[in-house]
Design a protein around this ligand. Structure first.
Ligand code: PNS
Length: 165
């Protein structure tokens, strides 16, 4: 049984992440979306909120499970019994960081491999940071995130009072 981890912050999940989740779920028996719990990154959404949102937008994918994690990714992979990490590559600017991360992970745990999927060209510009900025200024999010995510974003930003400044 081939089990893989697709790790990330997902703050929030975008259509770019969903593209990778859908495509990689077809390549493996089980895909675990690992949601990093790292308060140092000061996420907009708590890890519980990110897990809940991801569960909602992947509910049609039977072999996808959303699991929060903290600490080292390779330790999480071992705990889950997964020998494969999947990451998306949007552009050459992602490459250096991703190369360093995959090589570090391979040094830490040689039994875990990293596989890269190139992001669909229509999402190559997209990031959670950009989406949060558009949301903060009240822009139309429909091209970037599913409706459920847009609703959560607007709720969160209105609560934080960052809108319409
Ligand atoms: O969505 P992101 O923020 O690009 O995801 C980054 C993530 C979660 C994959 C990365 O920060 C990570 O694996 N963090 C866990 C800590 C770790 O294992 N670090 C060593 C590898 S460099």
């Amino acid at each position: 049984m081939l089990k893989a981890i697709y790790p990330g912050s997902f703050d929030p999940v975008t259509y770019g992440h969903l593209d990778i989740i859908r495509r990689s779920s077809k390549l493996v028996d089980e895909l675990i979306v690992g949601v990093l719990c790292n308060k140092a990154k000061m996420p907009l959404f708590s890890v519980e909120e990110r897990v809940r949102i991801l569960e909602e937008v992947t509910k049609d994918l039977d072999n996808v499970r959303i699991v929060p994690f903290h600490g080292l990714l390779v330790e999480f992979a071992a705990k889950m019994g997964a020998g494969l990490i999947i990451r998306g590559l949007r552009a050459i600017t992602d490459f250096e960081y991703e190369l360093q991360m995959s090589q570090t992970n391979h040094k830490l745990e040689p039994n875990v491999e990293t596989m890269f999927l190139t992001t669909g060209i229509e999402y190559s510009y997209l990031s959670s940071t950009t989406v949060k900025e558009i949301a903060a200024f009240g822009g139309d999010l429909s091209q970037f995130v599913p409706e459920a995510v847009a609703v959560e974003l607007m709720k969160k930003i209105n609560t934080k009072g960052e809108c319409n400044k």
